[in-house]
Ligand binder design. Structure first.
Ligand code: SAM
Length: 227
């Protein structure tokens, strides 16, 4: 399968069944037990990143949220005063994010949305953040994506991904890892050492790291800064 095929599959998924599934998981309505576990895990990842960012003065800081989904991170960042550019390959996710921002924020002036593939993003941002997107792409495409995200960042890049560890590889094999999405789109694990190698090659070093682990949700979070 080539790169275009992978992206088309992911885009179509997040504009159809994936949209319905993830909008519910990233919401507060009733969901099944597995989805609730994933919701809680994802919320922990978002909170970890918000805590890291709140150590700095967020007022006016330019932030690119690449693959923003329904705005779970972008909306609180804009609320905290950051100047946020949020984009996603899925039109439906962006529409939902816009609706949520309008409902939750008194003022949306510092939050801009776009429907865009992250590899076509341009410009410069103080911080670039890409949470739980790499799961949809194999290693070869991840190299290109991470390198491109590095080129957009003046100071910091925060990435989260499902780490390729022996335990998770086994879970994935027996099908109890990311049980929903893996049926519709493939789920790819990434070796942390490989991700760090790409970041280092682009002039970044790791400043902080964290791991979110629930029953069905696993996400390694890396904060890399320009060295
Ligand atoms: N980052 C959000 C969060 O953590 O709440 C959403 C995570 S969701 C699992 C993955 C998102 O990545 C989906 O909204 C999907 O449409 C988006 N996505 C997948 N491939 C993308 C790409 N190549 N460029 C931009 N967005 C992409």
């Amino acid at each position: 399968m080539n790169v275009a095929d992978d992206k088309t599959i992911v885009k179509d998924y997040f504009n159809s069944t994936g949209f319905d599934r993830w909008r519910r998981i990233y919401g507060d309505g009733e969901v099944n037990k597995v989805q609730l576990d994933i919701r809680n895990g994802h919320q922990q990842t978002v909170e970890t990143v918000l805590n890291w960012l709140q150590d700095d003065n967020l007022a006016g800081m330019s932030i690119c949220d690449a693959g923003c989904g329904v705005g779970s991170l972008s909306i609180p960042l804009a609320q905290a005063g950051a100047k946020v550019f949020a984009s996603d390959i899925s039109e439906k996710m962006v529409e939902e994010a816009k609706d949520r921002a309008a409902a939750e924020l008194a003022n949306t002036d510092n939050l801009t949305f776009a429907v865009q593939d992250l590899e076509h993003l341009s410009g410069k941002y103080h911080s670039v953040i890409c949470l739980d997107v790499l799961i949809h792409y194999p290693q070869a495409q991840a190299v290109e994506m991470i390198s491109h995200l590095c080129s957009l960042s003046e100071s910091r890049l925060i990435l989260s991904f499902a780490p390729k560890t022996p335990a998770l590889s086994l879970l994935k094999k027996i099908g109890s890892f990311f049980p929903g999405p893996s049926k519709a789109t493939r789920a790819y694990l990434h070796k942390e050492a490989d991700v760090i190698k790409i970041l280092n090659s682009q002039g970044f070093t790791i400043q902080r790291q964290a791991m979110t682990r629930t029953r069905f949700y696993f996400s390694r979070i890396l904060e890399a800064v320009r060295s």
